[in-house]
Design a protein around this ligand. Sequence first.
Ligand code: COA
Length: 177
Amino acid sequence: MSKPSTSLFSIRQVTVSDIGEVYRLLVANRPYVGLNSRYTYLLLARDFSKTCLVAEANHCIVGFCSGYIPPLRSDTFFCWEIVVGKDFRGNGLLKKMLLHQIKKLGVNYFEATINPSNEISKKNFTQLANQLNAHLTTSILFSEDDFENDGHEAEILYRIGPLKKACMGPHKPLNQR
Ligand SMILES: CC(C)(COP(=O)(O)OP(=O)(O)OC[C@H]1O[C@@H](n2cnc3c(N)ncnc32)[C@H](O)[C@@H]1OP(=O)(O)O)[C@@H](O)C(=O)NCCC(=O)NCCS
């Protein structure tokens, strides 16, 4: 099957009314995205919608990215969860969602955590750092011990930056590119 054209996707802030669909997307596309309570996502949509987005194709939500600006590191966007529906993977949507968010927020650092066995995400975040021409550091943020060895893998912090704003150009909504 040929890949959908990039112009098929549009990106916008998440709203409370999106959360039913976002939740179904998360349920259908595990592993590597933790499934939290609907209440968590409803609160994200209510209070953190500037840093949480959805990607749509034909008015269906096919991607979701949650995150926040840490209060003590206001130059950083921390991406908490990112997921792309299985049928829409391999179209660069992860990078498009993250670049959209980084440019919109004007942050100087990007952070996300990856489980050690998630080879695809390691590759994707390394590619993102290269694309941004920025430095990438990795460190253990939370160990298996921090999760009391309940089967949750460690969370490895990928920190990218400083981000050279000159490399990123002006922000344009994805559907206008
Ligand atoms: C990680 C994830 C968000 C990537 O989304 P994406 O939009 O496919 O990412 P991109 O298109 O920017 O990158 C695609 C890469 O993923 C890989 N990939 C994984 N599954 C794929 C699939 N079904 N089809 C195509 N490519 C796939 C390819 O190796 C590709 O690399 P390439 O560009 O060098 O060919 C998506 O695979 C996903 O939702 N995974 C489950 C949740 C998860 O792991 N989230 C991240 C936690 S840190």
